[in-house]
Design a binder for this molecule. Structure first.
Ligand SMILES: *Cc1c(COP(=O)(O)O)cnc(C)c1O
Length: 402
């Protein structure tokens, strides 16, 4: 038998043990997290849409009309009108020909990458890409080349290698738009230039940029003016969209191909119609003036938070944030956990992100700012972080580098 207790003890010794938390209730950015109520900076619900009355109403209405579960896969009778409506809206929102929804972003990646490329092809992927992209790349059995985060030179040399050694292969570049753990963005214009030069394709994960970046939150590809140059755009409905599920947008042919080839789409029960209905309501909001104004509130809060950050935690030189995600680097895993507890005692939920989510010794507090934060909560969090920075030595030894 597997010695679970030894593995768990080992994780605990290395400061890497993870434990489930149960949220009792959500009100604004306050979450009931036993034993007390905390102000959460860990939600990816960037616009607060998960609590929006129009999403609730859309979900309730759909439950009344369709029941709860879809009962079958999309191809075998589990596709309801909310699924179709959601996909039409997604395509319009992203300015693409067509869209396909999946039960999660993870499932979208796992189904799509192995459909696009196989053992004779090449995937070139940014090192900091999300686990679902890495796993999907491995599942595809394509030749895998990893380039250091946002390193265009290395990306170029991998492309040269691929063209030389696999002249007939499909070469697929894979990257996130806004990186989930660092909050920085990919240099999309340059990546698109490279992909053109080498006749490669590009798949872009817009999980943390959808709803956040670009006009109406259409994403980083739109902001960079290259939306039509990205062959496969992926995203999740579980973050700024406030519901649950994942999606791919692209050409009609791509979507039709995925309907026939993406195994996580074909062999999985369709998402609950009510969840698709809620996501559709969210996309409608994003496309409206109300959505744009929520997004502007988000960016006001993001800048307020950036201005409150103690020097120790400012990482970008010009200090100007590219997303709603802040990586407050600590380094050591146990120190990061202690820093998180320090903030928790002061009423803030800012969990430590540790290996294997990020590299060993690059543990950090990940703070996500949302439109649902009140300015006062941002100020209080800034003061708590200031206290943390000042007491860093006392609380957890000397800071170590970054
Ligand atoms: C969260 C996330 C996903 C997965 O989306 P889910 O809908 O939560 O499964 C994919 N990629 C990135 C970059 C993410 O942060």
């Amino acid at each position: 038998m597997i010695d679970f207790s030894r593995h768990l003890e080992d994780l605990s010794q290395r400061g890497l043990l993870r434990e489930l938390q149960t949220v009792e209730a959500a009100r604004g950015r306050k979450i009931g997290l036993a034993p007390s109520e905390l102000i959460s900076f860990s939600s990816n619900d960037y616009l607060g849409l998960s609590q929006h009355p129009e999403l609730r109403e859309a979900a309730i209405k759909a439950i009344e009309k369709y029941g709860v579960g879809a009962g079958a896969s999309r191809l075998l009778g589990g596709g309801y009108s909310p699924h179709r409506e959601l996909e039409e809206l997604l395509a319009a929102f992203k300015g693409a020909e067509a869209a396909l929804s999946f039960s999660s972003g993870f499932a979208a990646a796992l189904g799509t990458l192995p459909a696009l490329v196989g053992p004779n092809d090449v995937i070139i992927i940014d090192k900091l890409s999300h686990a679902c992209l890495i796993d999907a790349a491995k599942l595809s059995r394509a030749h895998l080349r990893v380039y250091p985060h946002n390193h265009l030179g290395k990306l170029e040399s991998h492309l040269e290698w691929a063209r030389e050694n696999h002249p007939a292969a499909t070469i697929l570049i894979v990257t996130e738009a806004v990186f989930s753990m660092d909050g920085d963005t990919a240099p999309l214009k340059q990546i698109v230039e490279l992909k053109r030069r080498f006749g490669a394709a590009l798949m872009l994960d817009e999980a943390h940029s959808t709803g956040v970046v670009g006009e109406h939150g259409r994403g980083l590809a739109h902001l960079a003016g290259v939306a039509n140059d990205v062959d496969v755009r992926m995203g999740t409905l579980s973050k700024a969209v406030g519901a649950s599920g994942g999606f791919i947008v692209g050409s009609h042919e791509l979507i039709e191909f995925l309907v026939n080839r993406a195994r996580s789409f074909i062999f999985s029960t369709a998402p609950a119609p009510a969840v698709a209905a809620a996501a559709a309501a969210a996309i409608r909001i994003l496309m409206s003036d109300a959505g744009e104004s929520l997004r502007q509130t988000l960016w006001e809060r993001v800048h307020e938070f950036a201005n409150q950050l103690p020097g120790r935690f400012r990482i970008r030189e010009d200090g100007s944030p590219e997303s709603a995600i802040f990586a407050l680097h600590i380094g050591d895993e146990r120190r990061a956990t202690q820093a998180s507890s320090f903030l928790r005692r002061r009423g803030f939920w800012m969990p430590a992100v540790r290996y294997p989510t990020v590299a060993l010794k690059s543990a950090r507090l990940r703070a996500a700012v949302t439109a649902a934060h009140e300015p006062e909560q941002i100020r209080q969090a800034g003061a708590a972080l200031q206290a943390l920075a000042e007491r860093m030595g006392e609380v957890m030894g000397e800071p170590d580098g970054r």
